[in-house]
Write a protein that binds this ligand. Sequence first.
Ligand code: IVH
Length: 691
Amino acid sequence: MNRQTIAAARAAALRAELQHHAHRYYVLDAPEIPDADYDRLFQELQAIEAAHPELLTPDSPTQRVIGAVLDGLVPVRHQVPMLSVHTETDTTPAGAEKFDARVRKALGLADDAPPLVYHAELKFDGLAINLRYEHGELVQAATRGDGETGEDVTHTVRMIATLPKRLRGVTAAVLEVRGEVFMRRDDFEALNERQRKLIEAGARGEKTFVNPRNAAAGVVRQLDAAKAAKRPLSFFAYGLGEVLGWAAPATQGGVLAALGKMGVPVSPDSAVALGAEGLVRYHERIAARRDSLPFDIDGVVYKVDDLGLQAALGFKSREPRWAVAHKYPAQEQTTLLQGIDVQVGRTGKLTPVAKLAPVFVGGTTVSNATLHNQDEIDRKDVRIGDTVVVRRAGDVIPEVVGVVAARRPADAQRFDLYARLGGHCPVCGSAITREEGEVDWRCSGGLFCAAQRKQAILHFAGRRAMDVEGLGDKLVDQLVDAAVVRTLPELYGLDVAKLSALDRMAGKSAQNLVDGLAKSRQTTFARFLYALGIRHVGETTAKDLARHFGQLDRLIDASEAQLLEVADVGPIVAQSIHTFFAQPHNLDIVRELRACGIEWKEDDGTADPTPKPLLGLTFVLTGSLPTLSRDDAKDRIEAAGGKVSGSVSKKTHFVVAGAEAGSKLDKARELGLAVLDEAALLAMLARAGRA
Ligand code: IVH
């Protein structure tokens, strides 16, 4: 085969592949590959066509705006075509300089002519929408489609809360506003969470979305407007379509400001930029903020600000010469899944982690990404050997969002977490367990498991537990990483000399911690129990257990049946406590801790019980009380025998409400419950004290 034939074959293959992916992306809202991969294929085709112009066909994806109309939505012909902008994929500052140089050349500007004024905007990662207002009234919303004909999506776009149905102070016969519909990251996470629950509950035809852009596209093109209304979308305007009867301002910045005054959402992050230098600065400034924006952007867009100059510059192969999209490093890439490791989290949660062929995504090289849990692996049908799509956006940890099914090798291997681990924690060897209805497997090793130690130590030292002053999370990290503290009892072996050997440890803080540890030795049975961090044993349960058993040894020896006798201890809690004390290493730790001098007054059960006038009464605290902290109020109610619950129900006896009480107070009123303020609570406690 000669060169020409090879190029022709490759071009045809690329066209077919691009067509396939464009259909998945634009029509089905279900892309198989990330944008960055699509861009690469596109550029390869562009390069071939540039080198072999005779191979260029009018229907090549490089020659038209791709997209087609989905069955079910009504086609809308755009009065003014909706075009795309040229993408500058050079993500370095040179990308901005090249654009400025092209524009200056096209305008015939001399090298020493003053810098051009640009309008720089965010490139929102959603979908383009044309909003048609007639006499100020929103009459139609349409997608871009193929640029000539889009789809009528008025029914879903009308549901966007921030979009005006009527423009303020506008009489123009026709005013078409163009902009991007997108989904904020927090809205996207919440939507997927709800979708996962629906799927778990067996709902048919429901799916999760791979990224906010896809979710937005899916919602906009949803046929059922009521469903769309529950899925929050956002909108920012960036331009105009057909305009009749309105004298538009002379600049892009002026147009957006005018739209803003009419009540149309416009981004506050646009800016006027002077020359290439200004564009580069904008690109860098936004890059630094990209991760903290509440929505995804895939770059910035530069536009010649003066609309007169825009008209003079015109178009080249259906792309405006006056605008360019300058990209940032992609937040999604494909790479090879080489293996799956299991990581033990701070609470014993076992997370499958993808071991990837290193890939540059979201600005860094990523070789590990979370697979969340076994259910997610099964749902996405991820197999070792697959080509997977990795996403890293914002400060969210990198995750595997899907598989490129077409690139699966014949020997790709399924992964089963339990089988792989042989039922044992990879760090400490303890049994792994999964409770009914939960997706996560957990290590049952508790305090014994190294991976859980940091969290265990922090919990142990917490204010509501052993209350060790001077032990924060940075120090715990240091102590564990340097292997100075491997077990809880070793905390009590710390002295100023050992601590001062640590990096950045001042003598004063060392002494503070030693004093804090000494003070913490005097505690209560309930605090000690809570401090152990037994799963499902929160503060209240710890208090109930302490009261019921009186002595640690009795609790340790209790059978599950005996544990079930404790008020509010159900089978799951009973089993968890029993399992904990059945592990010899946990018993060792408890014994060693006591040998460190931790003590409390044990109640052998013969002493007169203190009066509990609030026994059997359940309280809910909401809002902030004028003098008591939430913890103080809770302690006082519990000392008098009452219970404090986190949520209002028919079983609640009193709701104690302070300033800015929210939905709990509403619920209390709805249920007709007694509502107390702090003074009434204190009066009740005072009476209780005399009783
Ligand atoms: S201007 C003729 N400005 O990116 C110029 N587009 O290919 C029309 N986009 O289809 C586009 N933010 O969906 C423009 N500030 C912005 C944008 C923006 C996002 C999207 C839009 C367009 C694509 C560019």
